[in-house]
Design a protein around this ligand. Structure first.
Ligand SMILES: [Fe+2]
Length: 380
């Protein structure tokens, strides 16, 4: 295989560039007004069908802290968090995501969010009293990609429990790290997110320039959200950080001990993309949760953009272990602002699963002719 067009290949097998120009033949128009200044991904609102079962999973098994709860809703946070919640579990009939919520730098940024999405013709709703407990003035939108996004600044502060080692479990979750979204047209989505102020940290492409997935940030880590190609809009996963690799192994051991190993979908392993150690697990409704640790700092303005060849079988697992097909195909529905599931549109680009595994796909470990070294595994 030849190198991806004009890129500098590193000794680790991926490519680096200074910028990530995105080519799309179907762009969302760039608004004339400035985007809101987003700080970070802050929380996700998830609709779950059995609140007691979900509480058992997120509180008893994963150890998230209950900030507040009532008969219909549970507000949870991680150990290092000082805002009211990182995850809202709300009881409902259809398991889905009600909001991907971001904190902005100041209250004034909400006016910018309203203007930005209004110019795009999106549905915009602002509630000065907030959409959830613990959070004040907030803007929710149905974004041009079909996702329910929220922006807020005002929030109730709660105790940061980072020093409370008596509360830590071997698999303690310390921060919300990122979201991951499934969208049928990744270049269109990435271009829109760049207009919203996100910067690309890493992506996966082929020689023709097809972009299969991209990781984008506001805070100085690898990402606040990622776009994964596929039928969408859907949610691929929500990710929480833990401090060390051993915390992830402890979660696996605990799930085994509880005879819940069927909740482990993929991993544990080391990602190529992001360099993070990972585990993917499924909640009682099938919402995918990633446990994530040890990615890298990206805060410098000239942070290099990393591109992986879609045929490099170390891109998604550094040890070359295969990705289970369900990880490529399954995801959670997302809701509109009335609470109805958004229609899922079939992906338009080539499927990453199809081009890398199975009868028609190929992957390599070493990029030299005759010595590709791909181990397929036995999960297909
Ligand atoms: Fe992730």
């Amino acid at each position: 295989m030849s190198e991806l067009k004009g890129r500098e290949k590193t000794s680790s097998g991926f490519y680096v560039t200074k910028e990530a120009p995105i080519v799309t033949d179907n762009p969302v128009p760039t608004p004339s007004v400035p985007a809101p200044d987003i700080l970070r991904c802050a929380y996700m609102e998830l609709v779950v069908t059995d609140l007691a079962k979900s509480r058992e999973f997120y509180v008893d098994v994963l150890g998230l802290t209950v900030t507040e709860e009532d008969e219909n809703t549970i507000y949870l946070r991680s150990l290092e968090e000082f805002i009211h919640h990182n995850l809202v579990l709300r009881k409902g009939d259809v398991a889905a995501v009600a909001a991907f919520s971001y904190r902005v730098r100041s209250p004034e940024e909400l006016d910018k969010a309203v203007a930005f999405y209004t110019e795009l013709g999106c549905r915009v709703e602002r509630r000065t009293e907030g959409f959830t407990k613990g959070i004040g003035d907030s803007v929710r939108v149905e974004d041009p990609l079909g996702f329910p996004y929220e922006f807020f600044y005002d929030v109730e502060h709660v105790e940061r429990l980072a020093w409370r080692y008596d509360l830590y479990t071997p698999g303690a979750l310390v921060r919300l790290d990122h979201f991951n979204q499934i969208t049928p047209d990744v270049p269109r989505a990435v271009k829109f997110m760049q207009d919203l102020g996100f910067r690309v940290t890493e992506d996966i492409q082929d020689e023709e320039g097809t972009v299969y997935a991209a990781w984008m940030r506001r805070k100085p880590t690898v990402h606040d959200t990622a776009m994964t190609g596929g039928d969408g809009p859907r949610m691929h996963h929500v990710a929480f950080s833990t401090h060390e690799k051993h915390n992830i192994l402890a979660i696996c051991d605990k799930l085994g001990a509880l005879r819940m190993s069927d909740r482990i979908e993929r991993g544990p392993g080391r990602h190529g993309v992001s360099n993070a150690f990972y585990l993917y697990i499924l909640d009682p409704d099938g919402h995918r949760v990633e446990i994530y640790t040890q990615d890298y700092y990206t805060g410098d303005p000239d942070n290099p953009v990393v591109t992986w060849d879609v045929h490099d079988n170390q891109r998604r697992d550094w040890w070359g272990n295969p990705v289970v097909p369900s990880w490529y195909t399954n995801g959670s529905l997302v809701l509109d602002l009335d609470g109805n599931p958004r229609e899922v549109v079939a992906g338009t680009d080539a499927s990453e699963m199809a081009v890398t595994i199975g009868a028609d796909g190929f992957s390599y470990t070493r990029d030299e002719e005759g010595d590709k070294g791909f181990k397929l595994g036995n999960t297909l």
